[in-house]
Design a binder for this molecule. Structure first.
Ligand code: HEC
Length: 127
């Protein structure tokens, strides 16, 4: 029986291949998790200049309701006069969670530091 001893080797070789495929699948999976930063996590936005960044966010997300010059339209009040009326924390709270009267919550689409930047910009731009 000359060919027989080859069979265990063939099995071991096959197991080796299966193991390699399995390990590389696990490796890929781990890398995907690492790249995504885990479930639901977003890449943190790096903000150099909060006031400039806040202005960009406001011009993209807020002027539809609060007007180009932030003086308000319809139900949406002016937000160019917040200094002395609302604190930084209050603005962050309103933008994050919204208000019942039609102010949408931005907590799901803007990160905390982006909302901080918006508050900083609005207070800076206050007249
Ligand atoms: C869909 C329209 C809409 C959009 C978009 C919107 N707002 Fe508003 N916002 C409102 C309305 C309406 C109110 C008044 C709600 C109330 O008083 O209950 C309001 C109220 C506010 C207030 C409170 C003002 C005050 O005097 O009490 C702030 C601050 C504010 N918005 C900031 C923002 C910022 C910053 C953005 C963009 C990130 C934004 N809003 C986007 C409609 C909008």
């Amino acid at each position: 029986m000359k060919g027989r001893p080859l069979i265990p080797f063939a099995i071991i070789a096959l197991l080796g291949v299966v193991l390699m495929v399995a390990l590389s699948a696990v490796g890929n999976h781990m890398r995907n998790i690492a790249e995504e930063g885990g479930e639901g996590a977003q890449e943190e936005v790096v903000i150099d200049d909060p006031i400039e960044y806040g202005e960009t966010v406001v011009s993209e997300s807020c002027i539809a309701c609060h007007a180009n010059d932030l003086s308000g339209t319809g139900n949406a009040p002016a937000i160019n006069n917040l200094e002395g009326r609302l604190s930084h924390e209050e603005i962050v709270e309103i933008v994050t969670n919204g208000l019942d009267g039609g102010m949408p919550a931005f907590g799901g689409q803007l990160q905390e530091n982006e909302i901080e930047a918006v508050a900083e910009y609005l207070l800076d731009a206050s007249q």
